[in-house]
Structures are given as C-alpha cells and as structure tokens.
Design a protein around this ligand. Structure first.
Ligand SMILES: NC(=O)c1ccc[n+]([C@@H]2O[C@H](COP(=O)([O-])OP(=O)(O)OC[C@H]3O[C@@H](n4cnc5c(N)ncnc54)[C@H](OP(=O)(O)O)[C@@H]3O)[C@@H](O)[C@H]2O)c1
Ligand SMILES: *[C@@H]1O[C@H](CO)[C@@H](O)[C@H](O)[C@H]1NC(C)=O
Ligand SMILES: *[C@@H]1O[C@H](CO)[C@@H](O)[C@H](O)[C@H]1NC(C)=O
Ligand SMILES: *[C@@H]1O[C@H](CO)[C@@H](O)[C@H](O)[C@H]1NC(C)=O
Length: 251
C-alpha cells in the first residue's frame, strides 16, 4: 500500500495518474495526493468517489512557500508515515516564432519546469526519506534529449527543450547524491499525449500514458536511478511499431 503525490494534477497527464491510482485497490495504492493550483470539477469528482483515499493539496510549483505548505499538509495527513512516490508532472510548453534567435521566454519556462520542480522535490525530500519506496518520477520529454534532438527539429519550442534537458541533468544530479539512501529517481518520457499541451494529435490518452508510466515506476529499482525511461505500453502499436516499450532513452 503505497502513497503517491502528483503535481499538476488538474488536467492532462497528471489527472490521468490520479484517475489511474484511484482505480487501484486499497491494498495496492494507499493515499493519493492530487496536488494542483486549484481544485477543479474533475478533481472534486474523483475525490468525492474515493472514500477518503484521494486528497487535494494546493500547490503552485513556482512558490517555495506553497511547496512547503503542501509538504506540511501531506505530513499531517500521513501521520507517522512517509510519502512513497513523488511524480513531478507540472510543466508548461513554450512556443517561439522564428527559431532560437527569437526565444524570449526562457526565464518563465525554466522557472516552472526546472526551478519549480526542484523546489517541490526539496520540500518533499524529508517525507520521501521516511517513505518505503523512495521513488521520484520526473516527467521529462524526449524533446529534452540531446541525442534525439533531430527528431524534434520541426517543433518550435526551444525553451521547453532546454528546460527538459535541464530536468534530465537534475535527475542525474539527485540520483548521484542520493545513491546510498535507497532512492530511485527517474526521468520519464510520457509519450505523445492528447492534452492541452500535446493537442488532440497525440497518440495516447492521459490514462494510457499514466498506465505506462506507473509500470516503469513500479518495476524500477535503485539500480535504475538516474536513468531516462520511456513509458511501457507493450500492447500499443503506433504505425505498426511498439515505440513505448519501457526502454532507456539516451540523454
Ligand atoms: N502531452 C504530451 O504529449 C507530453 C509529452 C512529453 C512531456 N510532457 C510533459 O508531461 C507533463 C504534463 O503535461 P500535460 O500534457 O499533461 O500538460 P497540460 O495538459 O498542459 O497540463 C499541465 C499541468 O501542469 C500544471 N501546471 C502548470 N504550471 C504550474 C504551476 N506553476 N504550478 C502548479 N501546476 C502547474 C497545470 O495546472 P493548471 O491547470 O493550474 O494550469 C496542469 O495541471 C509536463 O511536464 C509536460 O512537459 C507532455
Ligand atoms: C526556489 O527556491 C529558491 C530558494 O531556495 C528561491 O530563491 C526561488 O525563487 C524558488 N524558485 C521557485 C521557482 O520556486
Ligand atoms: C521574430 O519575431 C519578430 C516579432 O517579434 C518577427 O517580426 C520576426 O519575423 C521573427 N523572426 C523570424 C525569423 O521569424
Ligand atoms: C527531479 O528529481 C530530483 C530528485 O530528487 C529532484 O530533486 C529534481 O529537482 C527533480 N526535478 C527536476 C526539474 O529535475
């Protein structure tokens, strides 16, 4: 019975994780902390049907104060227990017309996608140390991979790509720092998902992405810490190919 906290759970992939975790048996998944800036109708419904297992936690990831208050709120709810899994999912896209020379949004995008996530992780670290699983999944993107960068060349989102490359290195830094403490810290590519960010053209529903992500997180061990995985959906074919196979992606 493990506890989870998901940031950016109001919509998209984060909401997909909350729905998936709420549907699991209470012996498998204990408390699910749905962290978001606001408790919207979708979250209210899941929470009201969860018999107390899903709890809303207010969290604006760019506010250190909010992150600390969120951690206090979770600590109060867990009592003497720790938090088992943190899923850093909140993030924003970027759009630059005219290529890298016109990129003016780097500060804003790094603030949410990198500094915000880093501060949230710092705020929850004491609770994660007390947890049984000590797992952190950072939702990254293959667009942040330098080795695969040619694949995303046509997408005019330089600030987003830079931010996800930074998420990848931060994941490695933390994995190295906590390697003797039993932690498993992964960067995860969620696939191309039908959300506000991914648009209707995406290949996967948020629930499918969450299923494939949870599979990788569940199976991972400390030996996998610091690696960059794509989600695992063995039955899903995209254009005749199984591209979401849980494999390690190159940074
Ligand atoms: N969709 C894809 O195909 C795809 C592919 C690769 C990676 N990803 C990554 O997957 C993650 C989720 O993406 P998504 O497609 O689900 O995006 P989305 O539909 O745009 O949802 C983004 C979520 O992040 C939250 N958020 C944004 N800024 C925040 C802040 N300052 N504080 C707290 N929460 C904040 C949003 O909350 P509000 O509702 O309050 O705005 C929302 O819940 C992101 O890290 C994204 O980079 C997505
Ligand atoms: C992160 O925390 C530092 C202090 O530790 C603070 O200066 C910074 O503004 C915070 N940034 C975000 C995005 O939360
Ligand atoms: C950069 O942006 C300006 C307007 O902000 C625009 O006039 C210009 O065409 C853009 N550059 C390119 C290469 O698209
Ligand atoms: C990713 O994971 C580590 C794990 O502790 C965390 O500290 C780091 O800040 C996370 N977020 C980002 C943006 O890398």
């Amino acid at each position: 019975m493990s506890s989870f906290l998901i940031t950016g759970s109001s919509r998209g992939i984060g909401l997909g994780y909350v729905k998936l975790l709420a549907s699991k048996s209470a012996s498998e998944v204990g408390k699910v902390f749905a962290a978001a800036r606001a408790e919207n109708a979708a979250l209210k419904q899941i929470i009201s049907e969860s018999a107390g297992r899903v709890e809303f936690v207010p969290l604006e990831v760019t506010s250190e104060t909010s992150a600390k208050e969120a951690a206090q709120c979770v600590e109060l709810s867990l009592g003497s227990k720790g938090l088992d899994v943190l899923i850093n999912n909140a993030g924003i896209p970027s759009q630059t017309e005219g290529g890298i020379e016109n990129m003016t949004d780097l500060t804003e995008v790094l603030n949410v996608n990198v500094f915000g996530v880093h501060n949230v992780t710092r705020a929850f670290l004491p609770l994660l140390r007390k947890g049984h699983l000590k797992k952190i999944g950072n939702i990254s993107s293959s667009l942040g991979s330098m080795a695969l960068s040619a694949m995303g060349k046509f997408q005019p989102t330089p600030a987003y790509k830079v931010s996800k490359a930074a998420v990848n290195m931060l994941t490695v830094q933390w994995a190295e720092s906590l390697e003797n403490d039993g932690f498993t810290i992964l960067a995860l590519c969620p696939g191309w998902v039908k959300t506000d960010m991914g648009t209707e053209a995406g290949y996967l529903t948020p629930e499918e992405s969450a299923t494939g992500g949870l599979d990788v997180i569940s199976r991972s061990t400390p030996a996998d810490s610091g690696k960059f995985f794509v989600i695992n959906l063995p039955d899903k074919e995209i254009g005749g190919q199984k591209i979401y196979d849980g494999s390690v992606r190159p940074y």
